[in-house]
Design a protein around this ligand. Structure first.
Ligand SMILES: Cc1ncc(COP(=O)(O)O)c(C=O)c1O
Length: 591
C-alpha cells in the first residue's frame, strides 16, 4: 500500500475561499457593472468606464435588434413566465425552436434551461452502471458535476491528462473487455485556455475501438464557427454529428439567448433523454423572453448573416493575434478561437495585472484556481464583435505595457511563466527598465533536517500544534528514510527567515515526495485508480513538494506579520521553493 493521505475536502474549500477573497478585495472579481444601459463595448466598474474584453457573447448577438425584438415580442404575447413543468405543457415557442435547431444540426435535440442542466439531464439518462466514464482533466465543471451523480449509481469514473489521446488509448486497451461502453468526456473549445479538443483524432480512435463513445461540450465553440453557427466541433465533422457522439452546445454565450442543447446521433438516445431527463421533468422551463430571443437568433444562424459575423470576428481575432506576435507576451495557445490566455503563472502577478488593467480602462478576466491549475494562473481575454479594431489595438498596447510592469513588480519572469505552461522559452531580452530588487534586510536559511534547528525556537513558532513539533519531526524523518520503495522516502526541507536582529520572520517546512495525482479527486475516482494501481502501483503518481507533509495537519507556515519585511520574506521563500522544485524535478508544489 502506498502511504499517502488524502487532503480533506474542507481544506480545498478553505483554500479556494481564501484565494478568491484576495481577488475580491482587490476589486477584480465579483464586481457589479454600474451602467444604465449596455452595448457590449464598455462597462462601468468601480465608477470608471472600461473597454469590455471579458464577454462570452462573441458575436454580440445579445444586442442584435432582431434578437431583442424577439424577446420583447414573446413577453408581449406570452407574459414573463410560463411556470409549468414541460412534463405537462410546453410553451408554444418550444416546438418552433426545436424545429429550427434541428434544421441547423440535422440531429434530434433536447433543449434545457441551461447547459449545466443539459448535462444533468443527459448523462444520467444515457450512461449505465456497466459503462466507464473517462474525463479529460480539464473538462468543464458542469460536466464533472453531472458525473458526480453517476458515482452514487456505481459508475466507474477515471481521468486522463488534458487532450492526451495516447493515455486514453492505453486505458481503453486495458479496460475495454470490462465495460460495455467507455465514454470519453471533453470540451470542444476549452473555456479558459481557448484550446481545441482533437475532434478528428478522437473520432479516429472511436472508429478503432468500438467501445469508445464521445461526450463533447462545445459551449464556447457555438455560433462563431461551423455551418449555420453550429460550432467548432461540428466544423470538424463535415459529414454531420458522429454516430457515437453526444454533443452539447450553449445558447447563452455566442448565441445571445440562454439554454443548453443536447444533440443526439440517433432517435433512441433522444427519446431516452426526452421522456424522463431528470430536471426536464421536475424543473421549470425556459421563460418566453429567452425562447423568443433564441428563435430570432436561430433564424440569423440559418441565414447568410451568420457567415458575415463569423468572418468579421475572425478578422478581429487575426488582428489581435498579429498584434500579440509583435510582443513577447506569453500567449498560451495561438489559434482561431476568440479566447486568448496570457499566462502570469502566479496569482500574485495575475491579480496585479488585472487590477492595473482595470485602473487603466481595460476589463479582462482573471483566470484563477480552481478553474485553472494553481500554477497556471493567467488572464483570459475574449474578443467579441463589439470590440472595434481600435479598441483591440488600445487593449494590446496597454496589455503589453502593464504585463512588463507586473513582471517586475511581482518578481516574476517570462522564463518562469513559459516553463509553467511548458511553452518554448523566448531568447533572453535585455530590459531597459531598471531591475526591481527588493532590499533584503534579512537572511534565509534552508536545512535538510530538524536536528539543525533549535528545538525551543521551532516549537515556539510552529511546533506547538501537535504532530510536527521538534520531536515529532525527528520521528517522521527517521520513519520516512532508508526504505526500498521510493514513496516511503521523503526529503525534508526547512526554511527559516531571520531579520538583522535574529528574530524569526518566517518559518516553514515541506517534504519532497512521490504522491498520487488524484489527491484532490473525489473518492470514487480514486477508488477506480486504486484498482489500476493493484497491478501498476505508480500509475498517475509523480514527485511533488508538499508544504508540511502528507501526514501532518495544521498551519505549516509561520509568518510574523508585525515585521515590515514579511511580504518580501514570503516572496523570497517562494523563489527558493521554485528553485527547489526545479532541482527536485517536482511536478508541482502543494500549499
Ligand atoms: C464548457 C462549458 N460548459 C457549460 C457551461 C455552463 O453553461 P450554462 O451557464 O448554460 O449552465 C459553461 C459556462 O461557462 C462552459 O464554459
Amino acid at each position: 500500500e502506498i502511504n499517502m493521505a488524502k487532503i480533506r475536502h474542507n481544506n480545498i474549500l478553505d483554500t479556494v475561499d481564501s484565494v478568491l477573497s484576495v481577488s475580491k478585495k482587490k476589486g477584480i472579481i465579483h464586481l457589479h457593472a454600474q451602467d444604465q444601459t449596455l452595448d457590449g463595448q464598455t462597462l462601468t466598474l468601480n465608477g470608471k468606464q472600461v473597454l469590455h474584453f471579458g464577454t462570452c457573447g462573441y458575436l454580440g448577438l445579445e444586442h442584435h435588434p432582431q434578437v431583442k425584438a424577439g424577446a420583447i415580442d414573446a413577453i408581449v404575447r406570452y407574459g414573463t413566465q410560463f411556470p409549468m413543468s414541460r412534463t405537462y405543457i410546453s410553451n408554444p415557442l418550444y416546438s418552433e425552436l426545436e424545429a429550427l435547431v434541428q434544421e441547423m444540426y440535422q440531429a434530434p435535440v433536447v433543449i434545457s434551461k441551461n447547459c449545466t442542466l443539459s448535462h444533468l439531464t443527459t448523462i444520467p439518462s444515457i450512461i449505465r452502471s456497466t459503462d466507464l466514464i473517462i474525463l479529460d482533466h480539464q473538462v468543464h465543471a458542469s460536466v464533472q458535476e453531472a458525473v458526480k451523480k453517476m458515482l452514487t449509481q456505481g459508475v466507474t469514473v477515471e481521468m486522463i491528462r488534458h487532450n492526451n489521446l495516447e493515455m486514453l488509448e492505453d486505458r481503453i486497451k486495458k479496460l475495454r473487455n470490462k465495460y460495455d461502453k467507455i465514454w470519453y468526456m471533453a470540451d470542444g473549445v476549452y473555456s479558459m485556455y481557448g484550446d481545441f479538443a482533437p475532434i478528428k483524432d478522437m473520432i479516429a480512435l472511436a472508429e478503432k475501438y468500438e467501445q469508445l463513445y464521445l461526450y463533447v461540450d462545445d459551449a464556447h465553440g457555438m455560433s462563431w464557427a461551423g455551418q449555420h453557427g453550429t460550432g467548432y466541433v461540428m466544423s470538424q465533422m463535415p459529414d454531420g454529428l458522429y454516430r457515437k457522439m453526444i454533443l452539447t452546445a450553449n445558447l447563452g454565450k455566442g448565441f445571445g439567448a440562454c439554454g443548453g442543447l443536447s444533440l443526439f446521433p440517433n432517435e433512441e438516445w433522444y427519446h431516452k433523454v426526452n421522456t424522463f431527463g431528470g430536471p426536464l421533468t421536475f424543473s421549470v422551463q425556459i421563460e418566453p423572453a429567452t425562447l423568443g430571443a433564441a428563435l430570432a437568433s436561430a433564424r440569423i444562424h440559418l441565414s447568410d448573416e451568420i457567415y458575415r459575423y463569423q468572418t468579421e470576428l475572425q478578422q478581429k481575432i487575426a488582428y489581435f493575434n498579429e498584434l500579440l506576435q509583435k510582443t513577447n507576451l506569453p500567449l498560451v495557445h495561438e489559434n482561431t478561437s476568440p479566447i486568448f490566455f496570457i499566462g502570469t503563472g502566479t496569482m500574485d502577478m495575475g491579480n496585479y495585472l488585472v487590477q492595473e488593467l482595470i485602473n487603466d480602462g481595460i476589463y479582462v478576466n482573471l483566470a484563477t484556481f480552481p478553474a485553472v491549475p494553481a500554477k497556471n494562473i493567467g488572464i483570459r481575454i475574449t474578443i467579441s464583435l463589439n470590440n472595434s479594431l481600435e479598441a483591440i489595438k488600445t487593449m494590446a498596447e496597454k496589455l503589453n505595457y502593464h504585463f512588463n510592469r507586473a513582471l517586475l513588480a511581482t518578481d516574476q519572469t517570462d522564463q518562469k511563466i513559459r516553463k509553467a505552461f511548458k511553452m518554448v522559452p523566448q531568447p533572453e531580452i535585455v530590459n531597459a527598465a531598471p531591475k526591481y530588487t527588493p532590499a533584503q534586510p534579512f537572511t534565509v536559511k534552508c536545512y535538510t533536517t530538524i536536528e539543525k534547528i533549535d528545538a525551543t525556537l521551532w516549537n515556539k513558532h510552529l511546533g506547538h500544534q501537535g504532530m510536527f513539533d521538534h520531536e515529532g519531526l525527528k520521528f517522521l524523518e527517521k520513519s520516512f528514510s532508508g526504505h526500498p520503495q521510493p514513496e516511503n522516502n521523503w526529503d525534508f526541507k526547512y526554511y527559516l527567515v531571520e531579520d538583522a536582529l535574529g528574530q524569526v520572520i518566517l518559518m516553514t517546512f515541506l517534504v519532497v515526495a512521490l504522491h498520487k495525482e488524484d489527491m484532490f479527486a473525489p473518492d470514487s475516482v480514486s477508488r477506480a485508480i486504486e484498482q489500476e494501481r493493484l497491478f501498476n502501483p505508480y500509475y498517475l503518481t509523480s514527485t511533488g513538494m508538499i508544504l508540511g507533509s502528507l501526514f501532518t495537519e495544521g498551519n505549516h507556515l509561520f509568518v510574523d506579520k508585525n515585521s515590515p519585511h514579511w511580504q518580501t520574506a514570503l516572496k523570497v521563500v517562494l523563489e527558493e521553493l521554485y528553485r527547489q522544485q526545479e532541482k527536485s524535478n517536482a511536478s508541482n508544489i502543494m500549499f
